[in-house]
Design a protein around this ligand. Structure first.
Ligand code: 5AD
Ligand code: SF4
Length: 436
């Protein structure tokens, strides 16, 4: 019997990358490869990379530095994803041991390097949706299935490298998304999370001229008996159309939690970011959402220290964070990226000021999270089990608001969805008891 070839894959970055990593693994497994966690034993090493901030790119190159010393000499080494697209052929110059550099829309070309290991393979083309058709269907789904419905972004926020790395926005055909969703439900998914850089901008027109939106995908998915929870990420504020807002009122499987990044609370900075700068409109969307689903909570991403951001601009960011009472949010120091307009702007902010602002914003976001977590004590929520914690004595659940809830492990088998009474809370997580 032939010895089975082994692959090692490490994924950095967003959920879209996690999905891409799963597809790459499924593709290799369908060709009889097996996965390994041991770099020194792998015949094929793939880093699935993120380029959204300079730190993310640096992480990839320092990992490559370690890996090239630890790997077998014969092992093939390559990068896929956004750093591949960001660096292009320059990656081969920086790391001569690299065998392949494949962008986020060309990783289905991976078998070519396996067939021709003595060549160097560079493909960072924006191939659109081709990869989705060329990869095999997954035969097993995790409990939470991430399903991309569109890729790329047309908004061109001035700080963001994504329109360069993932290209113009393309929505996948409605039937293809539903085929993947039904397949996920059949093979173990309980929760569906629709993915896209601009997920609520999903628009697909079929051959008969019928237009499908994200609300149609949600309505259709909610009909699947095996699916109990539906969510989507990440939403662009001005694409939050009324049909989608209404879904929160009419579709109980849609979780009462929405990721709708604002990035800054200053209209002046939002304009420089090329983001929607009408804060009243943003607040009005939140108001409409609360009117159809009073228990809804919103999360956001924030960037501090964008070029020309003054103390007054930053104070407006603190104000909006306080007003909307975001939960589960992320904040980042602005990081100049190649191929973006903001990297060339005047008045770049010093690292020191960025650090102070980040600390202040994080403090406030953490306080909001703590307050919300504490307000959950005594409530009962249907939560989804993610598995054991590190000790093996507890189970980790996700609430409908994506909070982590720790529960003592029962001595009997349970199904993954459980009604849980929240008994305690801190900033980071909740404690709860299963209600029998
Ligand atoms: N610097 C810092 N943060 C960034 N993000 C995107 N580009 C940059 C950048 N150049 C953040 C945004 C986005 C999240 C995914 O990453 O907040 O919503
Ligand atoms: Fe980047 Fe998101 Fe802006 Fe698109 S909407 S350019 S993905 S930050």
């Amino acid at each position: 019997m032939a010895i089975q070839q082994k692959f090692f894959i490490q994924t950095f970055g967003c959920q879209m990358n996690v999905y891409d990593g799963q597809r790459i693994a499924a593709m290799l497994e369908s060709k009889n490869w097996v996965s390994t966690d041991d770099i020194s034993d792998a015949d094929l090493i793939i880093l699935n990379t993120c380029a959204v901030r300079a730190k993310a790119t640096d992480k990839v190159y320092s990992a490559l530095g370690r890996i090239r010393r630890a790997k077998k000499e014969s092992a093939l080494l390559g990068i896929v994803g956004c750093v591949a697209r960001e660096s292009g052929g320059d990656a081969f110059r920086r790391i001569p041991e690299l065998n392949f550099v494949l962008g986020p829309q060309s990783y289905h070309k991976l078998p070519e390097i396996i067939k021709n290991p003595d060549t160097k393979l560079l493909n960072i083309d924006l191939g659109g949706l081709e990869k989705f058709d060329e990869l095999p269907q997954m035969t097993k789904s995790p409990t939470v299935a991430y399903i991309p419905i569109q890729e790329g972004c047309n908004h061109c926020c001035t700080y963001c490298i994504v329109p360069y790395t993932r290209g113009r926005e393309l929505s996948r055909p409605f039937d293809d998304v539903m085929r993947d969703t039904i397949n996920a439900a059949k093979t173990g998914a309980i929760e569906i999370c629709f993915l896209g850089q601009n997920v609520n901008g999903y628009k697909y027109t079929d051959a008969n001229g019928k237009l499908y939106r994200l609300s149609d995908l949600i309505r259709e998915t909610a009909k699947l008996p095996k699916i109990s929870r539906i969510r989507f990420t990440s939403s662009y504020p001005t694409e939050m159309t009324d049909d989608l807002i209404e879904m929160f009122g009419t579709e109980p499987k849609l979780l009462p939690f929405l990721n709708m990044p604002i990035q800054s609370g200053s209209p002046r900075i939002l304009k420089l970011m090329n983001r929607p700068d009408d804060l009243d409109n943003y607040k009005n969307i939140v108001k409409k959402l609360k009117s159809v689903r009073p228990d809804i909570q919103i999360s956001s991403d924030f960037i501090v220290g964008f070029p020309d951001e003054t103390d007054e601009d930053f104070a407006q960011t603190l104000d909006i964070a306080q007003e909307i009472k975001y939960i589960n949010s992320y904040s980042f120091k602005y990081s100049p990226r190649p191929h973006t307009a903001a990297a060339l702007m005047h008045n770049q902010i010093s690292e020191q000021i960025k650090s102070v602002r980040l600390q202040r914003l994080d403090f406030q976001l953490n306080e909001n999270q703590r307050e919300f977590n504490i307000s959950c004590i005594g409530k009962e929520m249907i939560c989804l089990c993610e598995g054991n914690d590190k000790t093996g004595r507890h189970l980790v659940f996700r609430t409908p608001y994506m909070q982590q809830c720790i529960v003592d492990k029962p001595d009997y088998e349970i199904s993954p969805l459980q009604k849980i009474k929240i008994t305690d809370a801190n900033k980071a997580s909740l404690r709860g008891e299963i209600i029998k």
